[in-house]
Design a protein around this ligand. Structure first.
Ligand code: HEC
Length: 280
């Protein structure tokens, strides 16, 4: 009969339901003296020493270890160590910091709207050595993204989440715009680029002290200059010109007017600050 059928299936459903509730809640409330199961025991019980606790390993029983002799701290070493090896560094830095705001931060006060007033020109003496230092630092810290030639096609730059600028664009040469001022390039080298809360370029203040950052700016200008000096410019020594022409002939670049790294126009007699590698 129909009514009986219905009753039977309802009872069957209830039985299944009760069964599954029983299975699901079966472990609840059970007590056990066995240790809890650890699926990744090394994550629960990793061997470690906590700060300020005693050590059974080191003879002096100190868990927090003193800095080993001659260790070079990462970052602003020159400010922290008074050991002999650091002396010239420390003196140089102290002398440098005494110079003032321009040398230290690349600014000269603030504009009417409160934005930093970046200085137009590198405030320290630009020598061939400074440019060479800048080349070394640029190739280490900047080329990965910006490329050895500053065009923006470095290996990391090509895969970076934000687009890379071309340092040879007019906006980075025009001192009437803030992007063309040496003080701004200095600032970017040390603090990176943050726009709308996004750190688009990391800063390198941890790696470049003030002098090194100015050196990078000097090399940045040299890179720009290397593309704007004509081959017959009087500032290029005759011997260098021949070598450059040869390099140009060897280059298998599709564009005949391909960037031939040229000697910087100033200072006179600057050794070749040739970008190594260059854009592919
Ligand atoms: C990890 C990649 C990366 C490295 C390394 C890097 N940059 Fe950049 N840089 C960027 C990106 C991305 C931008 C574009 C940011 C934006 O969208 O405005 C940029 C922009 C710039 C700009 C133009 C800023 C502007 O306002 O237009 C300058 C100048 C610059 N970088 C200099 C440097 C120097 C100097 C170094 C080395 C000390 C360096 N960069 C290292 C990624 C990098």
């Amino acid at each position: 009969m129909k009514a009986t059928n219905n009753t039977t299936s309802t009872l069957a459903m209830l039985a299944v339901l009760a069964g599954s509730v029983g299975v699901l809640s079966g472990c609840r409330g059970d007590r056990s003296d066995a240790p809890p199961r650890q699926f990744f025991p090394n994550m629960d019980d990793s061997p470690k020493w906590k700060p300020q606790t005693g050590s059974t390993f080191f003879a002096d029983k100190r868990t927090m270890r003193p800095t080993p002799a001659n260790a070079v701290a990462f970052g602003r070493t020159s400010a922290v160590s008074d050991e002999a090896w650091n002396k010239p560094w420390a003196e140089q830095r102290v002398a440098f910091l005494r110079e003032g705001e321009a040398e230290f931060s690349g600014t000269n006060g603030v504009n009417a709207d409160g934005t930093p007033r970046y200085i137009d020109r590198i405030p320290i003496e630009v020598t061939a050595d400074l440019i060479k230092l800048g080349q070394t630092k640029f190739n280490i810290y900047c080329s990965a993204c910006h490329g050895y030639d500053g065009v923006g096609k470095g290996m990391v730059g090509q895969a970076w989440s934000y687009g890379l600028p071309n340092f040879h664009d007019a906006k980075y040469k025009d001192a009437a715009q803030y992007t063309g001022k040496d003080g701004y390039i200095f600032h970017v080298a040390r603090y990176g680029v943050i726009t709308q809360g996004q750190q688009k370029m990391p800063g390198y203040a941890h790696a470049l002290n003030e002098k090194q950052a100015w050196a990078v700016v000097a090399y940045f200008r040299t890179l720009q200059e290397s593309r704007s000096v004509p081959m017959d410019d009087a500032s290029i020594p005759e011997t260098e010109r021949a070598a450059l022409k040869e390099k140009m002939m060897q280059a298998t670049s599709p564009a005949p007017a391909a960037p031939a790294p040229a000697a910087p126009a100033a200072p006179q007699g600057t050794p070749q600050a040739t970008p190594q590698g260059g854009a592919k």
